[in-house]
Design a protein. Sequence first.
Length: 556
Amino acid sequence: MTPTQGIAQAEDALRRGEYASAVTGFSDYLATGETTFRARAFFELAQAQYGLENYEAALDTLDDLQDQYPKESWPQIPALRGDIYYALGKRTEAIRQWDIAWQRGSDSDRQFLRTRVEQAIDELTPAEATELAGELQSDDVRAMLGSRVPGAVAAAEHGETDAAARTAAPPPVRHGSAVPPPAPPPPPAPSDETATAEEAAALGTLPPENLNIDAGTALDSSARVAVLLPLTGPDRTYGQRSLAGIRLAYTGFPRMLIVRDTGSQPELASQLLSTLASDPSVLAILGPLRSSTASTLAPLAEQLQIPMLLLARDPGLTGPYVLQVDTSQQEQMRALADYAVHTLGLSRLGVLYPDDNYGRGYLSAFTDEAKRAGATLVRSSSYRPGEPSSAAQAAMVRAWVSGDNVQAVFIPDGAATAVKVAAAVRSAAPQLQLLGTESWNQPDVLAAAAGRVDGAVFADSFFIGAGTPSTTDFVTRFRADNGRDPTGFEARAYDAGMLVREAIAQGARSRGAVLQYLRAVSGYQGAGSIASGAGGLKPDLVLLQVRDGRVQTISQ
């Protein structure tokens, strides 16, 4: 394998988010002593280390890059340094680095930086803002600071620092995530290391964003859409998935989005929502994702009279301004229970569930709907989230079948854990029917589980193989941008984003106009199908089954 092929493979891994493989590939290339793409490899090695949250190693790699090319002033190096310091919670140092990148970069580089700088400024204490104002070199960044923290620049110019502000605690938020924000493009090769056209083609470059919008349709560039998702903390995987769907919806218009990380802190989320609602350019909120945060934010959104499209599943939170963009747990369980009882003829059911809000919520909904359909919940047992015991569960299910005549087991958990529990169930009783939730809808995980989950049934509002033109378009574009298949999290967030985007494209210039548009939606076709209904925007629900490791609709 030539060095060019090796680094190309590492770059493919970096684009797919396979950071460990990318680190190995770039390190191997640098060890060869080859110089053609050496600067590029150093930078992308730092990106991969950043993706692994190995922040100190990433900073060391950037230092090595700068040491080897001391005469170069690439903006990407301080830009990535800023991202790393921000992930470490060092906001002021992050802005200092982005300020350097701003001075060195082009207009397109600054487009990458603006959202980062604005978000970090919003999180500064008054003392930090005043200190920073006296150090910034770029007039643009100083202006951003002055507009978002009034008085900071003037205070710095007069040497004033409020004593109370000096001791103010920073916002209670941890920055950083397993999936980093989009990194700036790699630096060009030094002038004496120019790649040939053939080598450049072998390496490949990401194309500029295409404007995927109908000809003649314009978006108001001043309109903003805010996103409140858990990008750090225990729910960060699902938050990042949802954000990927939203970003796809705003391809060509990334600056319309204001993304804020709620972590796992409803109090912080409330502060962020209040701040966003005070900005008249923000016409709608997308999120939050979890019911625990949604129960706090939904009443506040009603009070502030700002449209909010919930990605949580609790129908009790909807109101005049708050709309749900998904089927509820109860609706899913009604469809699943009806099919299990009336079509499959099952009447004695068991449940194995994680002892968390998700598992307990689905246990309650399934119990209610199974009883309504005429079945009996005979047995249930919980396990520590993410830590099922296969031996214990197999023994328990064996007893359920022999002693209680249990015919099916419902497992409300994410696909990765659910297939482990399902394997234990099937090892004890191969004939048992498996029932799941929308979180089972990860075709790659189910395919790897092979026969252990064949026959499992679950309900969801998204089916990757639906075959409709709009679903096919969504899946194709998502695969091209992300190098993997989308799940229901990406699909629901994409549809929520597209509905607000379409409202703005159709002329909505106020929150009331956006809300009016959303409440009149009928026959929307995107990743799924949605119509306006009681309590929000209702997607069509579909029953799915695993057959030969593949997810298919029940009718197929």
